[in-house]
Design a protein around this ligand. Structure first.
Ligand SMILES: Nc1ncnc2c1ncn2[C@@H]1O[C@H](COP(=O)(O)OP(=O)(O)O)[C@@H](O)[C@H]1O
Ligand SMILES: O=P(O)(O)OC[C@H]1O[C@](O)(COP(=O)(O)O)[C@@H](O)[C@@H]1O
Length: 320
């Protein structure tokens, strides 16, 4: 292996830059030429590729977003698009590809390997924490802290006005952002796609809380369940308590990465390069019990993700 490429794909996530930096610097350390592919699979198809060196990744470890830019590429979902992408890789002499993204991006990498025999390694970069094979994905920790900051502020105004506050957070079909920040932010209720919830029970909890003297009521709602505005109206109608909805949106994807995300990204980026140097392919790297691990990409994508029931039950007990 002489030349490798690196790209970021899907939604951006804080810590992606730290991962790019690690791939580039470990690659150079191993004597490889490292090429940066811009705008995800779209940029690959269009040949938006440049040589990276130690300097091109300086001063980025602390920055949110991704210096390589990212995209969701429809063309790459087609066989024709992937053929174009592979031809571009051949022209640039790229023999191994590191893909930083979520399960969609991994599926794209898997197809490049299966269809053309390209060596690929995936690094989990998404705020959603929705990949079953790894305890954490890059960006999840920073997103949690961003949400927590917002929750703390919402708690102030919710308390002053004695209102119910519903906070809708990202995560696609995964409820981890809502679950972890609901626990860490001391919210009264957490509504996530992985757990059933009963609207009457929710209203009962709100009324009981008010009777017991709770000054605020925070509800963490995962976007996979969604409908914060509508839910706020319904709660207000049933409980008679003023209720407001806040949809945090893309603010959750930005910002300087936390120490945890920077360390995780650095470890995963370095390991991805080591794997390519060992001749490995179709593997994804992750973290289990604070150890960096790698598993087969097909296995990783087939794994069913289980929500952390223990945390959910704990949050319920502690919020009472
Ligand atoms: N089934 C698929 N086949 C080929 N490419 C795919 C497939 N699914 C996703 N991709 C590629 O990966 C990109 C990122 O996937 P997406 O699901 O948007 O984000 P993430 O990687 O964060 O899950 C897509 O825009 C597409 O180019
Ligand atoms: O920015 P977009 O394209 O609207 O996508 C929003 C989605 O991206 C995310 O922020 C991150 O998702 P991915 O990392 O899977 O791309 C989701 O939480 C959210 O549903």
């Amino acid at each position: 292996m002489r030349t490798i490429g690196v790209l970021t794909s899907g939604g951006d996530a804080p810590g992606m830059n730290a991962a790019i930096r690690a791939v580039v610097r470990m690659g150079i350390h191993k004597g490889l030429r490292v090429m940066g592919i811009q705008r995800g699979y779209n940029g690959l198809i269009n040949g938006e590729i440049y040589d990276m060196n130690r300097a091109t990744v300086s001063d980025i470890i602390q920055r949110g977003g991704t210096i390589l830019k990212t995209a969701r590429s429809e063309e790459f979902r087609t066989e024709e698009g992937r053929k174009k992408a592979y031809n571009v890789l051949k022209v640039f002499g790229i023999e191994g590809l590191v893909v930083i993204g979520g399960d969609g991006s991994f599926t794209g990498a898997q197809k490049l390997s299966q269809e053309f025999g390209l060596k690929t390694i995936g690094i989990p970069g998404t705020i959603d924490n929705d990949l079953a094979y790894t305890d954490y994905t890059i960006g999840f920790d920073t997103a949690q802290n961003t949400v927590l900051d917002a929750i703390n502020k919402l708690r102030d105004t919710s308390t002053s006005h004695e209102r119910v506050s519903i906070v809708e957070v990202m995560g696609r079909r995964c409820g981890d952002i809502a679950l972890y920040t609901g626990l860490a932010g001391g919210s009264e209720s957490i509504i996530i796609p992985e757990e059933d919830y009963n609207f009457d029970e929710l209203c009962k909890t709100i009324i009981e809380g008010k009777v017991r003297g709770k000054l605020h009521n925070l509800i963490l709602l995962a976007e996979g369940v969604g409908g914060a505005e509508e839910m706020a109206k319904k709660i207000q109608d049933v409980t008679g308590i003023d209720t407001r909805a806040t949809v945090l949106g893309h603010i959750q994807r930005g910002g300087s990465p936390s120490a945890f995300d920077r360390v995780l990204a650095s470890r995963l980026g370095a390991r991805a390069v080591e794997l390519l140097c060992e001749g490995k392919s179709q593997r994804v790297v992750g973290i289990k019990d604070n150890k960096i691990v790698d598993i087969d990409i097909n296995e990783a994508l087939a794994m069913k993700r289980e929500s952390n029931r223990e945390l959910y039950e704990l949050a319920k007990i502690l919020s009472y």
